[in-house]
Design a protein around this ligand. Sequence first.
Ligand code: TPP
Length: 369
Amino acid sequence: MSQGPKRMAEPLTLLESKKKDLGLDLSDTDLKRLHTTMVRIRKMDEKLILLQRQGRIGFYLSCLGQEACHIGAAYALNEDDWLFPHYRNPGTPLLRGVSMLRMVNQCFGNVADEIKGRQMPVHYSFKDINFFSISSPLGTQIVQAAGAAYAMKLRGTKQVAMTSFGDGSSSEIDFHSGLNMAAVTKSPCIFMLENNQWAISVPTAKQSASESYAIKAAAYGMPGIQVDGNDILAVYKVTADAVERARNGEGPTLIELVTFRMSAHSTSDDPSRYCPPEEFTKWAAKDPLKRFEAYLLRNKVLTQAEMDAVAKAAVIEVDSAVREAEKNGPMPPPETMFEDVYENIPDILKDQQAAMMKDYREHGLPGAH
Ligand SMILES: Cc1ncc(C[n+]2csc(CCOP(=O)(O)OP(=O)(O)O)c2C)c(N)n1
């Protein structure tokens, strides 16, 4: 591929082609795994939104409509490559073998939550699968990935760092810093810009005057490519190409995934206040799961009955994870919020910890002792 973005009339799409023409290194087992992961995260999303509406968890961010972006991309990586994700990438932990229970525990922020209730729901962190802690401040992960990729290059590990972020996050200074550093150092970094058309209520037309996001890569001196983010096979293909270049020492790539946020920004948002309903109707026809399922049926990889069974199993799985997570009971003890920063808690913090627990006792707050 030549340096700099090509202006594409249409982003790369593969799903509606004939299977034999695709030339992808994906077996039927791979295709089934991709499909199962998409279904599992969709069912988990549906359930956790309901839990938030019932007041059982405090907040939720759905990835509805964007499953192909992060699942297809992560499938092009090796297990020891690092992910610097954003909050719309919950399918990746599932793909790498994290149980739904671990994720649901995080959303509850209960005693079994591995990050001890210190992050908002959906801001996962899974060290065992190289899934870096998700940050609320937009763009943080872009520079983290660029730094990690540079370290990988210096150490000669042949690993790759991949980071994902939204179109709105490209307006953060971290976007410039991260892309510039990765390009100058020719580091093995893949930048996945999920252009879901909105940054909460700000449409992409008000976010950037560039003719695309992919074109911004030219200014940094790296390839930029636009892909249909609702086409899991096209996402896999462009990511696999970028990963190969990165491992060959050819440096970073910016990939713009053209997609749509088929839900609210979060459970605190109401998109009917700013997004025309026709937009939802238009993009529902391009639903990445429905399109992939049509492909799998057409190519006889799965039958409808098999797909129904996958969906049923996913519902059972998430229901059971929620039941287990609710058994895990209350929030972590309040005094633990002072732990894990210093090896030995300094006296000044110990005093604050004691004062806080005194308040808890006086006011009879949960966790008082
Ligand atoms: C530095 C910073 N500014 C503002 C916010 C508030 N905020 C949270 S999400 C969001 C929109 C992000 O849009 P985008 O990057 O396009 O990602 P999307 O949510 O659409 O996936 C904003 C403005 C924040 N978290 N961090």
